[in-house]
Design a protein around this ligand. Structure first.
Ligand SMILES: Cc1cc2nc3c(=O)[nH]c(=O)nc-3n(C[C@H](O)[C@H](O)[C@H](O)COP(=O)(O)OP(=O)(O)OC[C@H]3O[C@@H](n4cnc5c(N)ncnc54)[C@H](O)[C@@H]3O)c2cc1C
Length: 378
């Protein structure tokens, strides 16, 4: 491998979906993942929800790719045996005064092209979720859950079957623009085994930066310092097995006013467990999953607004994930996905701020990136 068509940096769900989309039509597609396994960062540290697209402003890429990605992900899962469940979800108004906000959310969802949205009252909520306290709810039938791990694996497997090379323990360390390519400096091997590490330079006609939390640092290797990712940790607790029957599906509150997250929600997983979370707090380090974990009391407070019967002894701490936010601490509003050619080095395409709904959007993002890649190679 010294001169190739495409190098994709990052083997999360988005990089793997791009590899699958490009493989079969473009030769010499290489995906480079620094970790020993694919999808070990944000792509498997999330809620595993195939979102509908109700939340995002209609002119956002997030809205377009989420609605398209919802359909594409479900079709992909059905075609390739990826475990998923078309369970739908409810967003609840805890009291009457929240109902206008619920109506606004439904209206936004309809503008984004989300189908089947319906406001329902106490009787219907009681049938779906007898233990949930709510004045009204928005039913969102297109929401589903998926095994994120199996989804990543399936994208990568198909990409490999169609000729793409998927390499793990392959860290991109340098990027150097050359007249008709980008020279990618890659360190291969386990960083703990320094003696066996080897470095290679690969010349790529097109580079796709899909490095998740590190996409800003990869762009900076080309001298592009215009992006900055702020890590925001999302922590989960889990309801003990014996009490998991308190929840049947996916139950969300109205989204937080700070727009940092969708609010701590209840997720019945494919394995019958119930997750409470994720929370949202800025952290200093992109790798800081465990330091200073929140006490269970914080999860309980949020969860009891939806599920008053829940008790502290019903909860255990679970995993956490880190969002690649583009909005700094104290900043207002939400940022859209950034998918753009490097302004100075157009052979590089950067994907930055691919936070939620990135898992859902992955196949739609991949289609979009495939067009940009084809234009680069033409
Ligand atoms: C708490 C939480 C809950 C979420 N819930 C949902 C949800 O329910 N539904 C949904 O749609 N989305 C959800 N998301 C968002 C979703 O998980 C992400 O948008 C998605 O996983 C992003 O995938 P990615 O491939 O861009 O990034 P990543 O999974 O971070 O992959 C990037 C990869 O690049 C690799 N990399 C970085 N630097 C280098 C380098 N120099 N060389 C080689 N490789 C490198 C990393 O090791 C990593 O594997 C959630 C996110 C969080 C944090």
């Amino acid at each position: 491998m010294d001169r190739v068509n495409v190098v994709i940096i990052g083997g999360g769900v988005v990089g793997c979906a791009i590899a699958r989309e490009l493989s079969g039509r473009i030769e010499d597609v290489f995906l480079l993942e620094q970790s020993p396994r694919l999808g070990m960062a944000t792509s498997t540290r999330n809620s595993g929800v195939i979102h509908s697209g109700i939340y995002y402003p209609p002119d956002f890429l997030k809205a377009r790719f989420c609605v398209e990605g919802n359909r594409l992900t479900k079709e992909f899962c059905a075609a390739h045996g990826v475990p998923h469940n078309d369970c739908g979800k409810i967003v609840v108004a805890a009291q009457q005064s929240e109902i206008p906000e619920l109506e606004k959310l439904a209206e936004n969802g309809r503008m984004n092209g989300v189908e089947g949205l319906q406001l329902v009252g106490a009787e219907r909520i009681g049938q779906r979720e007898p233990h949930i306290r709510a004045a009204a709810a928005l039913e969102v039938p297109s929401t589903a859950i998926v095994s994120a791990e199996e989804l990543v694996k399936a994208f990568a497997r198909l990409a490999g079957d169609r000729g793409a090379s998927i390499l793990t323990n392959a860290r991109v360390k340098t990027l150097e623009p050359r007249p008709d390519c980008v020279a990618v400096g890659v360190e291969f091997g386990d960083p703990a085994d320094r003696e066996r590490l080897r470095t290679e330079i690969v010349e790529a006609q097109c580079v796709v930066n899909s490095a998740g939390l590190y996409a800003d640092e990869i762009a900076a290797l080309l001298g592009n310092n215009s992006y900055r990712i702020y890590p925001v940790r999302g922590e989960y607790a889990e309801v003990v097995r014996a009490r998991a029957e308190l929840v049947n599906g996916l139950v969300y509150p109205l989204p937080h006013h700070d727009r940092l997250s969708l609010g701590v929600h209840l997720t019945k997983t494919l394995w019958g467990t119930v997750l409470v979370g994720p929370t949202a707090h800025y952290v200093a380090d992109k790798n800081d999953y465990e330091h200073d974990r929140l006490p269970l009391e914080e999860f309980l407070q949020d969860a009891q607004r939806l599920l008053p019967e829940l008790r502290l002894e019903d909860l255990r701490l679970a995993y956490s994930g880190i969002r690649p936010k583009l909005v700094p601490p104290g900043g207002k509003g939400i940022a859209d996905f950034v998918i753009a050619r490097d302004p100075t080095h157009p052979r590089a395409i950067h994907l930055v701020g691919i936070e939620s709904p990135g898992l859902t959007s992955a196949p739609a993002i991949a289609r979009h990136v495939a067009i940009l890649v084809s234009e680069t190679l033409d």
